[in-house]
Design a protein around this ligand. Structure first.
Ligand code: BGC
Length: 585
Protein backbone atom coordinates (compact mmCIF):
# COMPACT_ATOMS: atom_id res chain seq x y z
CA UNK A 1 0.00 0.00 0.00
CA UNK A 2 1.42 3.32 -0.90
CA UNK A 3 0.58 6.30 1.12
CA UNK A 4 0.75 9.84 -0.13
CA UNK A 5 0.25 12.46 2.48
CA UNK A 6 0.57 16.10 1.72
CA UNK A 7 1.08 18.41 4.64
CA UNK A 8 1.06 22.15 4.32
CA UNK A 9 2.07 24.14 7.33
CA UNK A 10 1.85 27.68 8.38
CA UNK A 11 2.56 29.39 11.63
CA UNK A 12 -0.49 30.10 13.71
CA UNK A 13 0.16 32.25 16.72
CA UNK A 14 3.39 30.44 17.35
CA UNK A 15 1.88 27.00 16.91
CA UNK A 16 1.99 24.81 13.90
CA UNK A 17 -1.19 24.17 11.98
CA UNK A 18 -1.52 21.63 9.25
CA UNK A 19 -3.85 20.96 6.41
CA UNK A 20 -3.68 17.52 5.04
CA UNK A 21 -5.38 15.80 2.21
CA UNK A 22 -5.07 12.13 2.82
CA UNK A 23 -5.25 9.87 -0.15
CA UNK A 24 -4.61 6.21 0.04
CA UNK A 25 -4.12 4.68 -3.31
CA UNK A 26 -4.35 0.91 -3.14
CA UNK A 27 -6.91 -1.71 -2.71
CA UNK A 28 -9.45 -0.46 -0.27
CA UNK A 29 -9.17 -2.16 3.02
CA UNK A 30 -12.63 -2.73 4.33
CA UNK A 31 -12.26 -2.82 8.01
CA UNK A 32 -14.88 -3.57 10.57
CA UNK A 33 -17.55 -1.08 11.40
CA UNK A 34 -21.21 -0.86 10.80
CA UNK A 35 -22.25 -0.30 7.27
CA UNK A 36 -25.67 1.23 6.95
CA UNK A 37 -25.25 1.19 3.23
CA UNK A 38 -22.17 0.68 1.12
CA UNK A 39 -19.71 3.52 0.53
CA UNK A 40 -17.35 2.30 -2.16
CA UNK A 41 -15.22 5.40 -2.14
CA UNK A 42 -14.58 8.61 -0.32
CA UNK A 43 -12.07 11.41 0.00
CA UNK A 44 -10.97 12.87 3.33
CA UNK A 45 -9.49 16.26 4.04
CA UNK A 46 -8.29 16.85 7.60
CA UNK A 47 -7.63 20.47 8.55
CA UNK A 48 -6.19 21.66 11.83
CA UNK A 49 -7.48 25.20 11.85
CA UNK A 50 -5.91 26.15 15.14
CA UNK A 51 -3.47 24.75 17.56
CA UNK A 52 -2.33 26.00 20.90
CA UNK A 53 -0.51 24.56 23.85
CA UNK A 54 -2.43 21.39 24.67
CA UNK A 55 -5.40 22.01 22.41
CA UNK A 56 -6.48 22.22 18.80
CA UNK A 57 -9.50 22.55 16.51
CA UNK A 58 -9.91 20.45 13.41
CA UNK A 59 -12.41 19.66 10.69
CA UNK A 60 -12.62 16.44 8.73
CA UNK A 61 -14.36 16.97 5.42
CA UNK A 62 -15.27 13.67 3.82
CA UNK A 63 -16.74 13.55 0.35
CA UNK A 64 -18.75 10.52 -0.65
CA UNK A 65 -17.48 9.31 -4.04
CA UNK A 66 -19.62 6.18 -4.09
CA UNK A 67 -23.31 5.34 -3.94
CA UNK A 68 -25.56 7.67 -2.03
CA UNK A 69 -25.79 6.82 1.66
CA UNK A 70 -29.25 6.94 3.11
CA UNK A 71 -29.37 5.01 6.36
CA UNK A 72 -26.77 6.85 8.39
CA UNK A 73 -23.01 7.20 8.28
CA UNK A 74 -20.06 6.36 10.49
CA UNK A 75 -16.65 7.94 10.12
CA UNK A 76 -13.61 6.48 11.87
CA UNK A 77 -9.96 7.24 12.29
CA UNK A 78 -7.13 6.58 14.73
CA UNK A 79 -5.13 9.13 16.65
CA UNK A 80 -1.58 7.82 16.66
CA UNK A 81 -0.18 10.14 19.31
CA UNK A 82 -2.75 9.94 22.07
CA UNK A 83 -4.82 12.94 20.99
CA UNK A 84 -8.35 13.05 22.36
CA UNK A 85 -11.55 14.65 21.13
CA UNK A 86 -13.03 17.01 23.70
CA UNK A 87 -16.10 18.35 22.00
CA UNK A 88 -17.51 17.88 18.51
CA UNK A 89 -20.06 19.32 16.13
CA UNK A 90 -21.82 18.08 13.00
CA UNK A 91 -21.84 14.51 14.28
CA UNK A 92 -21.90 12.42 17.45
CA UNK A 93 -18.34 11.78 18.57
CA UNK A 94 -17.01 8.95 20.69
CA UNK A 95 -13.52 7.68 21.35
CA UNK A 96 -12.23 4.33 22.59
CA UNK A 97 -8.46 4.28 22.98
CA UNK A 98 -6.98 5.66 19.79
CA UNK A 99 -10.13 5.04 17.74
CA UNK A 100 -12.43 7.99 17.11
CA UNK A 101 -15.92 7.29 15.81
CA UNK A 102 -18.29 9.94 14.54
CA UNK A 103 -21.85 9.06 13.68
CA UNK A 104 -24.34 11.17 11.76
CA UNK A 105 -26.52 13.60 13.70
CA UNK A 106 -30.05 12.14 13.86
CA UNK A 107 -31.41 14.84 11.61
CA UNK A 108 -28.89 14.20 8.86
CA UNK A 109 -28.52 10.49 7.96
CA UNK A 110 -27.84 10.90 4.24
CA UNK A 111 -24.75 11.70 2.20
CA UNK A 112 -25.46 11.92 -1.52
CA UNK A 113 -22.90 10.98 -4.14
CA UNK A 114 -20.45 13.87 -4.36
CA UNK A 115 -21.79 15.39 -1.12
CA UNK A 116 -19.64 16.00 1.93
CA UNK A 117 -19.87 15.76 5.67
CA UNK A 118 -17.72 18.03 7.85
CA UNK A 119 -17.48 16.97 11.48
CA UNK A 120 -15.55 19.54 13.48
CA UNK A 121 -14.06 19.19 16.92
CA UNK A 122 -11.83 20.57 19.61
CA UNK A 123 -9.21 18.14 20.81
CA UNK A 124 -6.28 17.93 23.17
CA UNK A 125 -2.74 16.81 22.42
CA UNK A 126 0.67 16.72 24.00
CA UNK A 127 4.08 16.11 22.53
CA UNK A 128 3.00 15.77 18.94
CA UNK A 129 -0.21 16.21 16.96
CA UNK A 130 0.24 14.29 13.71
CA UNK A 131 -2.50 14.08 11.13
CA UNK A 132 -4.34 10.72 11.03
CA UNK A 133 -3.28 8.69 8.03
CA UNK A 134 -6.50 6.87 7.30
CA UNK A 135 -10.23 7.60 7.40
CA UNK A 136 -13.06 5.17 6.89
CA UNK A 137 -16.61 6.02 5.91
CA UNK A 138 -19.07 3.24 6.72
CA UNK A 139 -16.12 0.89 6.94
CA UNK A 140 -14.55 1.79 3.62
CA UNK A 141 -11.13 3.40 3.53
CA UNK A 142 -11.15 6.77 1.81
CA UNK A 143 -9.03 6.36 -1.28
CA UNK A 144 -10.29 9.31 -3.27
CA UNK A 145 -8.03 11.56 -5.27
CA UNK A 146 -6.16 14.36 -3.55
CA UNK A 147 -7.97 17.10 -5.41
CA UNK A 148 -10.18 19.06 -3.07
CA UNK A 149 -12.45 21.82 -4.33
CA UNK A 150 -10.98 25.25 -3.97
CA UNK A 151 -7.63 23.99 -2.79
CA UNK A 152 -4.75 22.39 -4.60
CA UNK A 153 -1.83 21.02 -2.68
CA UNK A 154 0.96 23.54 -2.72
CA UNK A 155 -1.37 26.50 -3.01
CA UNK A 156 -0.47 29.42 -0.89
CA UNK A 157 -3.49 31.29 0.42
CA UNK A 158 -4.43 34.35 -1.61
CA UNK A 159 -3.08 37.52 -0.04
CA UNK A 160 -5.68 39.72 1.61
CA UNK A 161 -6.78 42.66 -0.47
CA UNK A 162 -6.63 46.14 1.01
CA UNK A 163 -10.38 46.72 0.94
CA UNK A 164 -12.45 43.53 0.87
CA UNK A 165 -15.55 45.42 -0.29
CA UNK A 166 -13.86 46.75 -3.38
CA UNK A 167 -15.18 44.99 -6.46
CA UNK A 168 -17.25 42.55 -4.41
CA UNK A 169 -20.92 41.84 -3.84
CA UNK A 170 -22.05 41.55 -0.22
CA UNK A 171 -24.05 38.64 1.23
CA UNK A 172 -27.80 39.05 1.54
CA UNK A 173 -29.11 37.17 4.59
CA UNK A 174 -32.09 35.25 3.21
CA UNK A 175 -33.84 35.17 6.55
CA UNK A 176 -33.69 38.92 7.08
CA UNK A 177 -34.58 39.43 3.46
CA UNK A 178 -37.69 37.31 3.80
CA UNK A 179 -38.89 39.23 6.86
CA UNK A 180 -38.22 42.57 5.18
CA UNK A 181 -39.99 41.51 1.99
CA UNK A 182 -43.05 40.41 3.99
CA UNK A 183 -43.55 43.99 5.26
CA UNK A 184 -45.63 46.36 3.11
CA UNK A 185 -43.10 48.26 0.97
CA UNK A 186 -40.28 46.08 2.29
CA UNK A 187 -39.36 44.67 -1.10
CA UNK A 188 -37.70 48.03 -1.86
CA UNK A 189 -34.84 47.12 0.46
CA UNK A 190 -35.15 43.36 0.98
CA UNK A 191 -32.19 42.72 -1.30
CA UNK A 192 -29.78 44.80 0.81
CA UNK A 193 -26.89 43.04 2.57
CA UNK A 194 -27.07 42.95 6.38
CA UNK A 195 -24.89 41.42 9.10
CA UNK A 196 -25.24 37.85 10.36
CA UNK A 197 -25.10 38.04 14.17
CA UNK A 198 -23.68 35.14 16.13
CA UNK A 199 -25.15 36.45 19.36
CA UNK A 200 -24.85 33.22 21.38
CA UNK A 201 -23.20 29.83 21.14
CA UNK A 202 -26.26 28.10 19.73
CA UNK A 203 -26.41 30.60 16.85
CA UNK A 204 -23.34 28.86 15.38
CA UNK A 205 -25.37 25.74 14.69
CA UNK A 206 -28.64 27.64 14.17
CA UNK A 207 -31.16 27.83 16.96
CA UNK A 208 -34.56 28.69 15.59
CA UNK A 209 -34.40 31.98 17.43
CA UNK A 210 -36.17 35.02 16.07
CA UNK A 211 -32.73 36.61 15.69
CA UNK A 212 -30.76 34.07 13.77
CA UNK A 213 -33.59 31.83 12.65
CA UNK A 214 -32.76 28.24 11.93
CA UNK A 215 -29.75 28.94 9.74
CA UNK A 216 -26.43 28.26 11.38
CA UNK A 217 -23.08 29.64 10.30
CA UNK A 218 -22.43 26.83 7.81
CA UNK A 219 -25.88 27.27 6.27
CA UNK A 220 -25.12 30.95 5.74
CA UNK A 221 -21.68 30.24 4.33
CA UNK A 222 -23.02 27.59 1.94
CA UNK A 223 -25.60 30.09 0.78
CA UNK A 224 -22.87 32.72 0.45
CA UNK A 225 -20.87 30.43 -1.83
CA UNK A 226 -23.97 30.19 -4.02
CA UNK A 227 -24.53 33.95 -4.00
CA UNK A 228 -20.88 34.45 -4.93
CA UNK A 229 -21.44 32.34 -8.05
CA UNK A 230 -17.73 32.22 -8.65
CA UNK A 231 -17.26 35.98 -8.20
CA UNK A 232 -16.08 38.00 -5.19
CA UNK A 233 -18.44 38.16 -2.24
CA UNK A 234 -18.10 39.67 1.23
CA UNK A 235 -19.75 37.71 4.04
CA UNK A 236 -20.34 39.91 7.14
CA UNK A 237 -20.50 38.10 10.47
CA UNK A 238 -20.82 39.73 13.88
CA UNK A 239 -18.81 38.19 16.72
CA UNK A 240 -20.87 39.14 19.76
CA UNK A 241 -20.75 36.97 22.84
CA UNK A 242 -18.12 38.28 25.27
CA UNK A 243 -18.33 37.30 28.90
CA UNK A 244 -20.22 40.00 30.81
CA UNK A 245 -21.46 41.42 27.51
CA UNK A 246 -23.02 44.88 27.22
CA UNK A 247 -21.72 45.95 30.64
CA UNK A 248 -23.23 49.45 30.61
CA UNK A 249 -26.71 48.33 29.58
CA UNK A 250 -29.06 45.43 30.10
CA UNK A 251 -30.90 44.96 26.82
CA UNK A 252 -28.19 42.83 25.19
CA UNK A 253 -26.65 41.12 28.19
CA UNK A 254 -25.53 37.74 26.97
CA UNK A 255 -25.28 34.15 28.09
CA UNK A 256 -21.69 34.17 29.40
CA UNK A 257 -20.98 35.41 32.90
CA UNK A 258 -18.18 37.87 33.57
CA UNK A 259 -15.70 35.10 34.38
CA UNK A 260 -16.57 32.67 31.58
CA UNK A 261 -13.68 33.52 29.30
CA UNK A 262 -12.77 29.83 28.92
CA UNK A 263 -16.17 29.07 27.43
CA UNK A 264 -15.93 32.09 25.15
CA UNK A 265 -12.73 30.68 23.69
CA UNK A 266 -13.51 26.98 23.48
CA UNK A 267 -17.27 26.96 22.88
CA UNK A 268 -17.64 30.11 20.83
CA UNK A 269 -14.52 31.38 19.05
CA UNK A 270 -12.86 27.99 18.38
CA UNK A 271 -15.90 26.43 16.68
CA UNK A 272 -16.42 29.57 14.58
CA UNK A 273 -12.76 29.45 13.57
CA UNK A 274 -13.06 25.77 12.68
CA UNK A 275 -15.99 26.49 10.37
CA UNK A 276 -14.55 29.60 8.75
CA UNK A 277 -11.32 27.68 8.03
CA UNK A 278 -13.11 25.16 5.85
CA UNK A 279 -11.53 25.25 2.40
CA UNK A 280 -15.05 25.34 0.90
CA UNK A 281 -15.23 28.95 2.03
CA UNK A 282 -11.70 29.96 1.08
CA UNK A 283 -12.86 32.15 -1.79
CA UNK A 284 -15.25 34.24 0.29
CA UNK A 285 -14.04 37.49 1.82
CA UNK A 286 -15.19 37.04 5.39
CA UNK A 287 -15.59 40.30 7.33
CA UNK A 288 -15.85 39.83 11.08
CA UNK A 289 -17.29 42.69 13.14
CA UNK A 290 -15.84 42.14 16.56
CA UNK A 291 -17.62 42.72 19.85
CA UNK A 292 -19.82 45.79 19.63
CA UNK A 293 -19.49 48.41 22.39
CA UNK A 294 -17.11 46.40 24.56
CA UNK A 295 -13.77 48.25 24.75
CA UNK A 296 -15.33 51.74 24.60
CA UNK A 297 -17.37 50.80 27.66
CA UNK A 298 -14.13 50.19 29.56
CA UNK A 299 -13.09 53.77 28.84
CA UNK A 300 -16.25 55.68 29.55
CA UNK A 301 -18.36 53.61 31.91
CA UNK A 302 -15.91 52.81 34.70
CA UNK A 303 -14.98 54.42 38.01
CA UNK A 304 -14.26 57.14 38.93
CA UNK A 305 -16.56 58.48 36.25
CA UNK A 306 -20.11 59.33 37.12
CA UNK A 307 -21.20 57.11 34.23
CA UNK A 308 -19.63 53.99 35.77
CA UNK A 309 -21.61 50.76 36.14
CA UNK A 310 -20.71 47.84 38.40
CA UNK A 311 -20.57 45.45 35.47
CA UNK A 312 -18.14 47.63 33.52
CA UNK A 313 -15.96 47.99 36.61
CA UNK A 314 -15.94 44.20 36.91
CA UNK A 315 -14.99 43.71 33.26
CA UNK A 316 -12.25 46.31 33.50
CA UNK A 317 -10.84 44.64 36.60
CA UNK A 318 -10.88 41.09 35.24
CA UNK A 319 -9.52 41.98 31.80
CA UNK A 320 -11.78 39.49 30.03
CA UNK A 321 -12.86 41.89 27.31
CA UNK A 322 -9.25 42.41 26.20
CA UNK A 323 -8.52 38.73 26.67
CA UNK A 324 -11.51 37.68 24.57
CA UNK A 325 -11.04 40.26 21.84
CA UNK A 326 -7.33 39.59 21.41
CA UNK A 327 -8.05 35.85 21.30
CA UNK A 328 -10.74 36.39 18.66
CA UNK A 329 -8.49 38.63 16.57
CA UNK A 330 -5.59 36.21 16.89
CA UNK A 331 -7.52 33.08 15.93
CA UNK A 332 -9.80 34.58 13.30
CA UNK A 333 -6.90 36.50 11.83
CA UNK A 334 -5.03 33.27 11.19
CA UNK A 335 -7.55 32.48 8.48
CA UNK A 336 -6.22 34.03 5.28
CA UNK A 337 -9.59 35.18 3.94
CA UNK A 338 -10.86 36.73 7.19
CA UNK A 339 -10.88 40.51 7.59
CA UNK A 340 -11.22 41.59 11.22
CA UNK A 341 -12.91 44.91 12.00
CA UNK A 342 -13.16 45.97 15.65
CA UNK A 343 -16.06 47.97 16.96
CA UNK A 344 -15.17 51.49 18.04
CA UNK A 345 -18.42 53.07 19.23
CA UNK A 346 -19.56 56.26 17.49
CA UNK A 347 -18.82 59.98 17.58
CA UNK A 348 -21.57 60.73 20.10
CA UNK A 349 -19.77 58.45 22.54
CA UNK A 350 -16.05 58.44 21.81
CA UNK A 351 -15.82 61.86 20.12
CA UNK A 352 -14.47 63.75 23.14
CA UNK A 353 -10.72 64.25 22.82
CA UNK A 354 -10.19 66.51 25.80
CA UNK A 355 -6.69 66.75 27.17
CA UNK A 356 -7.98 66.20 30.71
CA UNK A 357 -8.04 62.47 31.34
CA UNK A 358 -11.46 62.37 32.93
CA UNK A 359 -13.02 63.83 29.78
CA UNK A 360 -10.92 62.14 27.11
CA UNK A 361 -12.65 59.24 25.41
CA UNK A 362 -11.00 59.52 22.02
CA UNK A 363 -7.29 59.05 22.70
CA UNK A 364 -7.99 56.69 25.58
CA UNK A 365 -10.06 54.41 23.35
CA UNK A 366 -7.40 54.25 20.64
CA UNK A 367 -4.84 53.44 23.29
CA UNK A 368 -6.99 50.67 24.75
CA UNK A 369 -7.44 49.16 21.30
CA UNK A 370 -3.68 49.30 20.82
CA UNK A 371 -3.21 47.37 24.06
CA UNK A 372 -4.65 44.17 22.57
CA UNK A 373 -1.80 43.96 20.06
CA UNK A 374 0.76 41.35 20.96
CA UNK A 375 -1.70 39.46 23.15
CA UNK A 376 -3.01 35.99 22.26
CA UNK A 377 -1.62 36.18 18.73
CA UNK A 378 -3.42 39.44 17.90
CA UNK A 379 -1.11 41.35 15.59
CA UNK A 380 -1.57 44.52 13.56
CA UNK A 381 -1.58 42.46 10.36
CA UNK A 382 -4.69 40.68 11.57
CA UNK A 383 -6.72 43.88 11.90
CA UNK A 384 -8.23 45.12 8.64
CA UNK A 385 -9.84 48.07 10.34
CA UNK A 386 -12.54 49.36 12.64
CA UNK A 387 -16.25 49.97 12.44
CA UNK A 388 -18.16 52.88 13.91
CA UNK A 389 -21.84 53.45 14.64
CA UNK A 390 -22.77 49.76 14.75
CA UNK A 391 -26.47 49.55 15.60
CA UNK A 392 -26.40 53.26 16.46
CA UNK A 393 -28.12 56.31 15.01
CA UNK A 394 -25.36 58.92 14.64
CA UNK A 395 -25.55 60.81 11.33
CA UNK A 396 -22.73 60.58 8.78
CA UNK A 397 -22.44 64.36 8.78
CA UNK A 398 -24.52 67.42 9.59
CA UNK A 399 -24.95 69.22 6.30
CA UNK A 400 -26.02 72.63 7.62
CA UNK A 401 -23.76 73.55 10.56
CA UNK A 402 -20.40 72.93 12.17
CA UNK A 403 -19.23 72.64 15.77
CA UNK A 404 -16.87 75.55 15.07
CA UNK A 405 -19.74 77.89 14.11
CA UNK A 406 -20.17 81.00 16.20
CA UNK A 407 -23.76 82.04 17.04
CA UNK A 408 -24.64 85.19 18.97
CA UNK A 409 -20.98 85.44 19.93
CA UNK A 410 -20.82 81.89 21.21
CA UNK A 411 -18.89 78.94 19.77
CA UNK A 412 -21.25 76.03 19.20
CA UNK A 413 -18.81 73.42 20.44
CA UNK A 414 -18.48 75.09 23.81
CA UNK A 415 -22.01 76.32 24.35
CA UNK A 416 -24.59 74.15 22.56
CA UNK A 417 -26.01 71.42 24.79
CA UNK A 418 -26.28 68.99 21.87
CA UNK A 419 -22.53 69.23 21.22
CA UNK A 420 -21.25 69.70 24.75
CA UNK A 421 -17.58 69.99 23.76
CA UNK A 422 -17.62 66.99 21.41
CA UNK A 423 -15.02 67.50 18.66
CA UNK A 424 -17.11 65.89 15.96
CA UNK A 425 -20.40 66.36 14.26
CA UNK A 426 -20.81 63.07 12.44
CA UNK A 427 -19.36 59.68 11.71
CA UNK A 428 -17.30 60.49 8.62
CA UNK A 429 -15.09 63.02 10.41
CA UNK A 430 -14.96 60.91 13.53
CA UNK A 431 -14.04 57.66 11.76
CA UNK A 432 -11.41 59.46 9.70
CA UNK A 433 -9.76 61.05 12.74
CA UNK A 434 -9.98 57.90 14.84
CA UNK A 435 -8.27 55.98 12.06
CA UNK A 436 -5.20 58.23 12.31
CA UNK A 437 -5.19 57.92 16.07
CA UNK A 438 -5.35 54.13 15.83
CA UNK A 439 -2.39 54.09 13.46
CA UNK A 440 -0.46 56.06 16.09
CA UNK A 441 -1.32 53.28 18.53
CA UNK A 442 0.21 50.46 16.53
CA UNK A 443 -2.32 49.57 13.84
CA UNK A 444 -1.22 49.39 10.20
CA UNK A 445 -1.35 52.56 8.17
CA UNK A 446 -3.63 50.95 5.58
CA UNK A 447 -6.46 50.07 7.96
CA UNK A 448 -9.90 51.04 6.68
CA UNK A 449 -13.07 52.09 8.44
CA UNK A 450 -16.62 50.81 8.09
CA UNK A 451 -19.64 52.86 9.11
CA UNK A 452 -22.98 51.25 9.93
CA UNK A 453 -25.53 53.36 8.07
CA UNK A 454 -28.47 51.04 8.65
CA UNK A 455 -30.45 53.52 10.73
CA UNK A 456 -28.77 56.93 10.59
CA UNK A 457 -30.70 58.46 7.69
CA UNK A 458 -32.82 61.08 9.52
CA UNK A 459 -35.10 61.93 6.58
CA UNK A 460 -38.86 62.42 6.65
CA UNK A 461 -40.89 65.55 7.28
CA UNK A 462 -38.87 66.72 10.32
CA UNK A 463 -35.60 66.94 8.41
CA UNK A 464 -34.42 70.57 8.16
CA UNK A 465 -33.61 71.90 4.71
CA UNK A 466 -31.07 74.52 5.70
CA UNK A 467 -29.29 76.33 8.49
CA UNK A 468 -31.40 78.00 11.20
CA UNK A 469 -31.28 81.79 11.51
CA UNK A 470 -31.72 81.65 15.31
CA UNK A 471 -29.24 83.62 17.37
CA UNK A 472 -29.61 81.46 20.47
CA UNK A 473 -26.94 78.79 20.21
CA UNK A 474 -29.13 75.86 21.34
CA UNK A 475 -32.01 76.92 19.14
CA UNK A 476 -29.59 77.30 16.21
CA UNK A 477 -28.25 73.77 16.62
CA UNK A 478 -31.60 72.15 17.36
CA UNK A 479 -33.24 73.72 14.30
CA UNK A 480 -30.30 73.00 12.01
CA UNK A 481 -29.45 69.45 12.95
CA UNK A 482 -30.74 66.44 11.03
CA UNK A 483 -30.10 63.99 13.90
CA UNK A 484 -33.35 64.43 15.82
CA UNK A 485 -32.49 62.43 18.92
CA UNK A 486 -33.07 64.08 22.26
CA UNK A 487 -29.46 63.40 23.19
CA UNK A 488 -26.56 61.65 21.44
CA UNK A 489 -26.30 59.07 24.21
CA UNK A 490 -29.74 57.67 23.30
CA UNK A 491 -29.36 54.32 21.59
CA UNK A 492 -32.53 52.27 21.89
CA UNK A 493 -35.15 52.11 19.08
CA UNK A 494 -34.91 55.82 18.37
CA UNK A 495 -38.11 57.52 17.40
CA UNK A 496 -37.85 59.49 14.15
CA UNK A 497 -34.86 57.60 12.72
CA UNK A 498 -34.68 56.40 9.12
CA UNK A 499 -32.64 54.06 6.99
CA UNK A 500 -29.33 55.62 6.08
CA UNK A 501 -27.07 55.42 3.04
CA UNK A 502 -27.46 52.11 1.26
CA UNK A 503 -24.45 49.82 1.65
CA UNK A 504 -21.63 50.74 -0.73
CA UNK A 505 -17.91 50.24 -1.13
CA UNK A 506 -15.30 53.02 -0.79
CA UNK A 507 -17.72 55.95 -0.29
CA UNK A 508 -14.96 58.28 1.05
CA UNK A 509 -11.18 58.13 1.41
CA UNK A 510 -10.17 55.55 4.03
CA UNK A 511 -13.77 54.43 4.53
CA UNK A 512 -13.85 50.86 3.21
CA UNK A 513 -17.64 50.76 3.08
CA UNK A 514 -20.99 51.89 4.37
CA UNK A 515 -22.58 48.73 5.73
CA UNK A 516 -25.85 47.64 7.30
CA UNK A 517 -24.58 45.57 10.16
CA UNK A 518 -27.65 46.07 12.35
CA UNK A 519 -30.45 44.51 10.34
CA UNK A 520 -33.14 47.22 10.14
CA UNK A 521 -36.33 46.04 11.84
CA UNK A 522 -34.53 44.13 14.59
CA UNK A 523 -35.19 45.72 17.98
CA UNK A 524 -32.50 47.20 20.23
CA UNK A 525 -34.33 46.10 23.36
CA UNK A 526 -37.76 45.61 24.90
CA UNK A 527 -39.69 48.67 26.08
CA UNK A 528 -40.82 46.71 29.14
CA UNK A 529 -39.64 43.64 31.03
CA UNK A 530 -40.11 40.46 28.96
CA UNK A 531 -39.04 37.13 30.48
CA UNK A 532 -36.74 35.24 28.11
CA UNK A 533 -34.07 32.56 27.92
CA UNK A 534 -31.68 34.59 25.80
CA UNK A 535 -29.90 36.30 28.68
CA UNK A 536 -31.50 39.63 27.70
CA UNK A 537 -32.31 42.04 30.48
CA UNK A 538 -34.66 45.00 30.53
CA UNK A 539 -32.98 48.35 30.03
CA UNK A 540 -34.97 51.42 30.89
CA UNK A 541 -33.30 53.25 28.01
CA UNK A 542 -35.76 51.28 25.84
CA UNK A 543 -38.77 52.55 27.81
CA UNK A 544 -40.16 55.77 26.27
CA UNK A 545 -41.21 56.99 29.72
CA UNK A 546 -37.72 56.73 31.22
CA UNK A 547 -36.10 60.04 32.12
CA UNK A 548 -32.48 58.96 31.74
CA UNK A 549 -29.23 58.48 33.64
CA UNK A 550 -25.76 60.05 33.58
CA UNK A 551 -24.89 58.20 30.35
CA UNK A 552 -27.46 60.19 28.40
CA UNK A 553 -27.18 63.37 30.44
CA UNK A 554 -30.41 62.50 32.30
CA UNK A 555 -32.62 63.01 29.27
CA UNK A 556 -35.72 61.09 28.14
CA UNK A 557 -34.84 57.90 26.27
CA UNK A 558 -36.49 58.82 22.96
CA UNK A 559 -37.32 55.13 22.43
CA UNK A 560 -40.32 53.78 20.53
CA UNK A 561 -42.98 52.04 22.62
CA UNK A 562 -44.11 48.40 22.31
CA UNK A 563 -40.68 47.13 21.36
CA UNK A 564 -39.86 43.40 21.57
CA UNK A 565 -36.60 41.93 22.95
CA UNK A 566 -33.35 42.97 21.30
CA UNK A 567 -32.84 41.18 18.02
CA UNK A 568 -36.54 40.37 17.63
CA UNK A 569 -38.55 41.69 14.71
CA UNK A 570 -40.13 45.09 15.33
CA UNK A 571 -42.45 45.77 12.47
CA UNK A 572 -43.49 49.29 13.56
CA UNK A 573 -39.85 50.36 13.72
CA UNK A 574 -39.15 48.86 10.32
CA UNK A 575 -42.01 50.88 8.84
CA UNK A 576 -40.78 54.08 10.47
CA UNK A 577 -37.23 53.46 9.25
CA UNK A 578 -38.51 53.15 5.69
CA UNK A 579 -40.69 56.27 5.99
CA UNK A 580 -37.79 58.34 7.31
CA UNK A 581 -35.14 56.89 5.01
CA UNK A 582 -32.48 59.30 3.78
CA UNK A 583 -31.67 59.15 0.93
CA UNK A 584 -35.41 58.44 0.55
CA UNK A 585 -36.43 55.08 -0.90
C1 BGC B 1 -29.09 41.80 20.08
C2 BGC B 1 -28.78 40.54 19.32
C3 BGC B 1 -29.17 40.69 17.87
C4 BGC B 1 -28.58 41.95 17.28
C5 BGC B 1 -29.02 42.19 15.85
C6 BGC B 1 -28.49 43.00 19.40
O1 BGC B 1 -28.93 44.15 20.04
O2 BGC B 1 -28.64 41.68 21.39
O3 BGC B 1 -29.48 39.46 19.88
O4 BGC B 1 -28.75 39.58 17.14
O5 BGC B 1 -28.93 43.06 18.06
O6 BGC B 1 -30.35 42.54 15.75
Amino acid sequence: MSLRTFVRSRKLGGALAATSVVALSATAIVAGGTSASAAPGCRANYTISNQWSGGFSATVTVTNLGDAISGGWTLEWDFAAGQTVQHGWNGTFSQAGTRVTVRNPSWSPTVGTGASISPTFNGSWSGDNPVPTQFRLNGTVCTGSVETPGETPGDTPAARVDNPYSGAKVYVNPQWSERAAAEPGGSRIANQPTGVWLDRISAIEGNDSPTTGSMGLRDHLDEAVEQAAGGQLVFQVVIYNLPGRDCAALASNGELKATEIGRYKSEYIDPIVAILSDSKYANLRIVTVIEIDSLPNLVTNVSPRETATDNCNTMKANGNYQEGISYAVGKLGDIPNVYNYLDAGHHGWIGWGDTQEQYDNFHASAKLFGSILGRNGATADKVAGFITNTANYSALEEPYWKVEDSVGGKIVKEHAKWVDWNDFNGEIDFATALRSELVKNGFNSNIGMLIDTSRNGWGGSKRPTGKSSATDVDKYVDESRIDKRIQKGNWCNQSGAGLGERPKASPKPNIDAYVWIKPPGESDGASKEIPNDEGKGFDEMCDPKYQGNPRNGNNPSGALDNAPLSGHWFSAQFQELMNNAYPPL
